[in-house]
Ligand binder design. Sequence first.
Ligand code: MGD
Ligand code: MGD
Ligand code: SF4
Ligand code: MO
Length: 804
Amino acid sequence: MAGSAGTAMLAFMGFPLTTLAKAVQAAAEDLETMTWSGCAVNCGSRCQLKVFSKNGRIIRIETDDTGRPEDTVVDGACPQVRACQRGRSMRQRIYAPERLKYPMKRVGKRGEGKFERISWEQALDEIAARLKKTIAEHTNEAVMIMHGSGNQALVNSSASTYRFFNLVGGSVAWYSDYSAACIQNAWPYLYGQFDYGGVRSKANGQGSYFSQVANAKLYVTFGNNPAVTRASGGGQSWEAFSALRKNGTEFILIDPICSDTIAGREATWIPIRPGTDAALVEAIAYVLITENLVDTEFLRTYCVGYDEETLPASAPKGSSYKSYILGQGPDGTPKTPERAARITQIPAERIVWLARKIGNTKPCFISQGWAPQRRMNGETQSTSIAMLPILTGQIGLPGTNSGAREGDSYGLESGLPTGTNPVTVGFPIFLWPRAVVDAKSLTAKNAAIRGAEALRHNIKFIWNTQSNTLINQHGGINQLRPILEDESLVETIVAVDTQMTPSCRFADYVLPDVCHQESVDLMADSYAVGDWNYVLMSQKAIDPEWEQRPNWEIMRELAKRFGVEEKFTEGLTLEGWVRRVYEETRAKLPEMPTYEDFQKVGIYKYRMEGDSGIVMEDFRRDPAKFPLSTPSGKIEIYSERLAKMAAEWELPEGKGQEIHPIPRYVATDEMLLEDEKSRIYPLEAFGYHGPGRTHSTYHNVPWLREVHPDVVLMNPVDAKARGLTTGMRVKVFNDRGALVLPVKVTNRIIPHLVAFPQGAWYKPDASGLDRGGCFNVLTQLKPSPLAKANPSHTNLVQVERFTE
Ligand SMILES: Nc1nc2c(c(=O)[nH]1)N[C@H]1C(S)=C(S)[C@@H](COP(=O)(O)OP(=O)(O)OC[C@H]3O[C@@H](n4cnc5c(=O)[nH]c(N)nc54)[C@H](O)[C@@H]3O)O[C@H]1N2
Ligand SMILES: Nc1nc2c(c(=O)[nH]1)N[C@H]1C(S)=C(S)[C@@H](COP(=O)(O)OP(=O)(O)OC[C@H]3O[C@@H](n4cnc5c(=O)[nH]c(N)nc54)[C@H](O)[C@@H]3O)O[C@H]1N2
Ligand code: SF4
Ligand SMILES: [Mo]
């Protein structure tokens, strides 16, 4: 051994053995090792981490410092893939007191949080037996892998989970997500498609890249906070600010909050009431039409249904967009700025100013974040915003956009192959609690069921991996809770996580996964890294301290118990798969280093060629040759498909449960002035995506809780009326639930709205009052009409001072 040889040599040279040997040992112990890794949560980016360890413990985290900090893709240079505060505090997540250490089995009632430690053998045997029983008794349609976005690495992530389940008959094929379900399901009727993946500018109906903002004279965005929601140095916030700076593009943000994206910058904030963007758009359209600022040539050539002349044959008279705006349709109401001023609380003169600016400034880049559509009226909010570039012909040209969130080139698709799900019947994800309780009542026409006319089996087995959606992130927590607690409904819940989260507390078995730094993997850029791409190496820095196992190994062990281990592994180890995925990626990018050389550098940055970053460029150039995938091949401002659904779908009771063939404002329940309940709950409320967490991940990191404490933002007008000052504790409540947090009184939020970051961990006290500040005790289980999506941001509440 090197140690004893060194000791022998020192002895031979006549030095006092013990002192020097100790010194050598101390020096060795003092050595730090550096390994490459990354942060792969679902913030839309991925960032490189440099992990420094000593004596088997991680002691420090740094990040990408290759190249120059000022490098930006807007100048054609490769940006640093710098981690934000979250990635840099990874160490505190690895060593958190909430870290899962051993497999555990529930001993108390479900949800009580009482568990006993068991062996891996026992856990895996029992889980395998239960899963086999569920499949035998209820089929694979009764098995659900919960939505879960916490780990976006390429191999040791839920890819392993899906791979296993697809080998044993599959799981219910839910679709859509919690991020962008409304725009995802509404956009295809307008533009033919909505697409997260692929070379984005080639996907019609996606967003142009942020780098195109540099070619625009005016950038107008709705409910979009890239400084926070796109925080990576390799990602879109850096690209956005570089693009804005390059040619001094004028920047207007429409948002109920003066967000970090504009605070302190050269920008105009137009405060708006949440959920009323579509009403603002209608008034802008009114000004554009009446002042001849619309691009009639564009509307005639590329669109269907703008005016009566371009309406499809099946559409009734007076149903065109123009007729609706001018009050010549069935409602007879002109959509004037004065009307919109009442709804949006933006003064009419300001609306006219904005309309003239948009109508007269070209190129104009219009986009939206996803908050305006994470609502009960989210479908028409998202398509209405698209009407601005459509009316002004600002599509398919440099410096323009479709109205969607800014796109990105989203590199190569690679990762552990998951196989194909043999089950094709599924529901929109937000409806899963109803699929637990009464699946057969969910049909194609009342619940957008796909693959069958109705669901056939209640969900009996839930596999909750890298997910806090089982309870924390879903919505209507107090209404969901009894459904989970009832053990006669879902018979088995397995959670695989790295932390003891609120969702884990509702599991029957809890299995501890490794953190990225305790195993080996690859990561790649995702849907928000902007106009550059990369692959990251994640090396093993330390051994897991307890009994944690990589998810891939957990699924392999289950595969063994189902007799499909060989099919699962294809004869490879986890590292073997990492290597294979790397080699497959390298086959497409021959300039990538060898796997061995890649270990030294940890990152490979590349750019997708032949991608202008301008969405619908081909369609604009030659609409006959490059039609959209709508039935007419054009932009369908009037959609016959939506008109048919409006006539045929069964929609529930309630204000705003409507489907319309054109993009238009829809007022809904749980909106101020619209809902009777606003007399009791006179404040609107939403939980934005804050800088201190990615959803609920990183919640249990003390550094982040200190820098970004959870506080309720409230306008001084509302605070004064309640005798509140900053720092006081308040109770935020409605008839669905209540929570306690400190208040922060600030002019950066509009009156009659309160907002605070979503994702805090649900922590109810004995009375059910949430001491954790989890927004979802206030949200509802009722879905939006078309997409059947989570209306997370549509809530009425009351706030009062809280004393124990
Ligand atoms: N730091 C951080 N980054 C994240 C995440 C995170 O949790 N933390 N999550 C990631 C994920 S998965 C997603 S889906 C995205 C989410 O990205 P978004 O959905 O875009 O984010 P939000 O914070 O909900 O909202 C963005 C802005 O919209 C404003 N807003 C709210 N309602 C309305 C409205 O009706 N109209 C208008 N005009 N503005 C409105 C809010 O005040 C906020 O400033 O972020 C991603 N990035
Ligand atoms: N009120 C309200 N609710 C919302 C939203 C909102 O805007 N408002 N936003 C919605 C949106 S857009 C989304 S995307 C969802 C997100 O909801 P989720 O997809 O559930 O995301 P997270 O809350 O981050 O939970 C991810 C989990 O993965 C775990 N995890 C992290 N790394 C690993 C790993 O390596 N292995 C394993 N096994 N686990 C790991 C984390 O500990 C955490 O428990 O929330 C939705 N919920
Ligand atoms: S949370 Fe997102 S931006 Fe922050 S380090 Fe992780 S991947 Fe990067
Ligand atoms: Mo999301």
